[in-house]
Design a binder for this molecule. Structure first.
Ligand code: UD1
Ligand code: UDP
Length: 368
């Protein structure tokens, strides 16, 4: 069985790293391909987890369009599959890399296993284009690693064979545990030390991120208005690592620069971001991964989206769907900050053993 692991963006790298590490630990051979749909944001994750790609397609362009990105992935993956024969490709999640690598593999009669399978909003426009990317990847895939029972149920309702679906938890929790353990044992870096020097962590820390395409324009403007208003509250520090997408950078720097307690910073490398999350009181974000990580740190997340495929967190009251409505964001922040910290909830997205479950399944069922 010749295995290829393929990913391209920051969150895929974070979530696939524990799987790569577990395969290596169990001496299961595999090759690693990165499309580099992201560049800097991907490289810092590879560096932190000491992963060296065997193939690096290096395709990222500034402000890339989805069609150009997609066509490059198909072309480049075709060349890889012609150069070297693989029996199975492991892809992750809902990015353009996931869907197009899966399609390229299918065209070359290579089996596909999908990690973080089965999440759904059933709304093609939200998240855009991720909902369709995930559905396409699911249709193509031969094996499905679902993070939760709900994700498995979605797949079964779509007619996927139950024997091909395994519930594993989300490997983002594995990555988080590895990283928190390192921090506990003294890991630090210049970014963490700079944050400690420049921000008053005795205040209430609100961490913000955002990058969803469906919120570009008015949605992002509304969220920025809300952040500006929230920054007027006493004893609050807002820390916002701004995603490198120019559609995000433009509006955020225009609306939120030069406010004393709003700290606009470049995206943080993963361990620094984990450290910052652990110091935060509240997170405002449209991120998928952060919705999954925050419950492990007992930090509430306001989800600035109209839909989420991570409903488990909403049901467990770990996260709150607020959309991009300025007033709703401000009111919900006030409500949550006014409450004393709730008792620790268990994380519906897993407990940190997803990679072992995935690798054991591969070893026991897919190798002769
Ligand atoms: C992508 C994924 C999204 C995922 C997100 C995680 C798609 C369509 N989108 O969105 O599902 O949630 O990553 O962050 O697959 N850029 C850089 N350097 C980087 C990364 C991005 O400069 O390291 C800039 C470039 O100008 C690039 C742009 O951001 O063209 C957009 O990158 P792209 O991957 O197309 O979209 P994201 O918004 O990052
Ligand atoms: N993250 C990071 N640095 C940052 C912001 C986020 O390392 O400045 C991590 C975060 O811990 C999470 C992942 O990136 O694991 C989420 O990525 P993103 O929000 O870009 O994508 P999504 O999860 O929405 O696909």
């Amino acid at each position: 069985m010749k295995l290829l692991i393929c990913f391209g963006t920051r969150p895929e790298a974070i979530k696939m790293a524990p799987v790569c590490l577990e395969l290596a630990k169990q001496n299961i051979p595999f090759k690693l391909c990165v499309t580099a749909q992201h560049r800097e944001m991907l490289d810092q994750v590879l560096h932190f987890f000491s992963l060296t790609p065997d193939f690096d397609l290096n395709i990222m362009q500034p402000n890339q369009s989805l069609n150009v990105l997609s066509s490059k992935i198909l072309l480049e993956m075709d060349a890889i599959f012609k150069k070297e024969s693989f029996d199975m490709v492991l892809v992750h999640g809902d990015t353009t890399t996931s869907a197009l690598v899966a399609l390229a593999a299918f065209h070359c009669h290579i089996k596909v296993a999908h990690i973080e399978a089965g999440l759904r909003t059933y709304n093609k426009q939200s998240p855009f284009p991720e909902e369709l990317n995930r559905q396409l990847t699911g249709r193509i895939s031969d094996y499905h690693f679902a993070p939760t029972q709900q994700a498995k149920n979605n797949l079964l309702n779509e007619g996927v064979n139950e024997n091909k679906v395994v519930v594993t938890g989300n490997s983002v929790i594995d990555a988080l545990k590895i990283t928190l353990e390192k921090i506990k044992h003294g890991y630090t870096n210049t970014f963490i030390e700079n944050l400690k020097s420049n921000i008053n962590f005795k205040n209430n820390i609100i961490l913000v991120t955002g990058h969803r395409r469906e919120s570009f324009g008015v949605g992002f403007e509304n969220v920025c208005e809300a952040i500006l208003e929230i920054s007027k509250q006493k004893g609050v520090e807002i820390v916002y690592p701004v995603h490198l997408n120019p559609n995000v950078q433009g509006v955020v720097y225009e609306k939120l620069s030069n406010v004393e307690n709003i700290h606009l910073i470049p995206p943080l490398n993963y361990p620094s971001f984990v450290w910052l999350m652990s110091q935060s009181n509240l997170i405002i974000s449209d991120s998928g991964g952060i919705q999954e990580e925050a419950p492990s740190l007992n930090i509430p997340v306001l989800v600035t989206r109209n839909t989420t495929e991570r409903e488990e967190g909403i049901k467990a009251q770990c996260s709150f769907l607020v959309g991009t409505d300025t007033k709703k964001i401000i009111d919900t922040v006030k409500q949550i900050m006014g409450k004393s910290k709730t008792k620790k909830l268990s994380n519906p997205y897993g407990s940190g053993d997803a990679a072992i479950k995935i690798v054991n399944y591969i070893k026991n069922n897919l190798f002769d």
